[in-house]
Design a protein around this ligand. Structure first.
Ligand SMILES: [Zn+2]
Length: 291
């Protein structure tokens, strides 16, 4: 394929339908019927992570925001963090984020703007402004395991900020922190911090690439805060409720629910209902024995 992907249906076509994904779809259909939206009234902070908004997903994002607005107050990423660490979660809140800096973040932001919803976009400065197709294809294939897609340029990053969205760091070139050396991690954190501070102003937020606990480490977490960031996010499912005591931002392990707009809206809601139902104060922390 020698062109950038622009539709979700093309992405679906490229992905082999595994037995697992088919099985999950059936399981979710049954579960979502039983799930009650009443759980969504629980005071909590939900972070939603929307990786891409391709052309054929734009209407779905609008529909999702409309549905979410029934139960949640939309707040900025910064405010969401503040609510948790100060233990001032008094109603259901939701905030949005996206990783990897695809150009379609711009369309996502335009749709979020209609609802006055704010997002934090975690970008990789090493790929911002890259337009060379072969370089992008190599990066997407080898690093992101994704078809070639267009990336934001710095003017577009500035546009996101002008609309009131936040910019966060996702390492220079999507580093797998679990396998990188401590020195390489520290160097990358500082370099990314410097570039993003110059381009975008005071950096606060960091989301580690790939996002699962096993893609991260205690060494990585320390490097994030040593470089100057004040928060660190995963892409592990869950939501946050008031901690039993005020906690520091360094202790907070932000959980974000990965959402694909191509999924059935009821299935997306099912994940959020499940989070609300199962939320515990321990969700605010890294798991016990985290290395
Ligand atoms: Zn990523």
């Amino acid at each position: 394929m020698d062109q950038f992907i622009s539709d979700y249906k093309d992405l679906e076509r490229l992905k082999a339908k595994t037995l697992r994904s088919v099985a999950r779809k059936f399981a979710l259909s049954g579960l979502s019927l039983a799930a009650s939206e009443k759980y969504l009234e629980k005071p909590r902070v939900q972070f939603l992570y929307i990786h891409h908004v391709f052309k054929d997903e734009e209407k779905r994002l609008d529909a999702l925001l409309k549905r979410l607005s029934k139960h949640h107050q939309f707040i900025s990423y910064d405010d969401a963090v503040h609510k948790i660490i100060t233990g001032t979660i008094d109603k259901p809140y939701i905030t949005f984020s996206s990783d990897d800096g695809f150009k379609n973040n711009l369309r996502a932001a335009e749709i979020l703007n209609r609802y006055d919803a704010k997002a934090c976009f975690f970008i990789n400065p090493g790929i911002v402004c890259e337009t060379h197709f072969d370089k992008i294809k190599k990066y997407c294939t080898e690093v992101l395991e994704f078809p070639p897609v267009e990336f934001l340029n710095w003017d577009e990053v500035a546009q996101l900020q002008q609309w009131g969205h936040e910019i966060g760091s996702h390492t220079m070139m999507h580093m797998n922190i679990a396998t990188a050396s401590p020195q390489a991690i520290a160097d990358d954190m500082h370099q990314t911090w410097q570039i993003l501070n110059e381009r975008c102003g005071q950096m606060k937020h960091f989301a580690f690439p790939y996002g699962r606990f096993f893609h991260f480490s205690e060494v990585g977490r320390k490097a994030v805060f040593d470089a100057g960031y004040t928060t660190c996010a995963t892409a592990e499912r869950g939501c946050h409720i008031n901690p039993a005591r005020p906690i520091s931002a360094k202790e907070l392990c932000i959980r974000r629910d990965h959402t694909v707009l191509g999924w059935d809206l009821n299935h997306i809601m099912y994940f959020l209902i499940n989070n609300a139902k199962n939320a515990t104060v321990s969700n605010n922390f890294y798991p016990h024995g985290f290395k």
